[in-house]
Design a protein around this ligand. Sequence first.
Ligand code: SF4
Ligand code: SF4
Length: 274
Amino acid sequence: MPDADAKGEASDEAPQVGKDGMDRRRFLKMAGIGAGAVAILAIGSKFLADRIVPASADPRLRGSTSNSWVMMIDLSKCDGCGACTRACDAAHYVPSGQSWIQVYTVQDATGGTYHLPRPCFHCRNAPCVKVCPVGATYVDPDGTVLVDQTRCIGCRYCMAACPYNARFFNWTTPSYPPAALAHTYSPEEPWPTTKGVVMKCVFCAHHAREGTLPECVTGCPMGAIYFGNENEDAVTNGMGETLPFRKTLQTQGGFRWKEELGTDPRVYYLPARR
Ligand code: SF4
Ligand code: SF4
């Protein structure tokens, strides 16, 4: 089990993984994707204010779906290259100094080390959701924990509540590249983090909705990260390898980080050595 004090040491040597040109395999063809008042405070950007999601498109208003997204990370495959982090950073305009998926280097009982990528765990019993006083942090119909930047007041209660250090407060004013402005703001879509707002990994909700894999999954050159629908009992990595979700966890010693806290994470690990 990883130590909470584990130190991130992702190297810079891995190939840069860009969003464009990536061979995005549609991993949910067989699944079929289901149909998928508070004053606005602390909006630090006129761009965001102009692009508040219309109510009809608000993902929290979508009906229930047959999707229940899960991630499985095979620690025996992760070499700590950090390509997942860079792919995520580029796709989500992640501010400097933040790592929505951070790769820790962990020392095990034998003195050896292994690498552990830490995204948001999209906990089914998420402390961050419970403490948000304005409903800015919420669970979408697919089980993904999202943040509505138009509602977040920057109080940071959620950061204090998260036991995995998976949330980040943005102190800086972001730039808005044309690609970011090409769509209407939605908590599901990549959008530069507004100053004074907390953000984190969003399980690439926009890709999942379209049946494609998250950026970190396709960006991992080792095929260490798998993603899928637990209701389909299948997870797929960026190399197109699909594994039976439950059987793999059962036979390969699957575990979750800080399971004892009862947060019920949607991210599962396979041990580094087995
Ligand atoms: S890992 Fe942290 S931020 Fe993510 S859902 Fe769990 S408590 Fe919330
Ligand atoms: S900082 Fe966190 S708890 Fe506070 S409003 Fe924003 S999302 Fe909610």
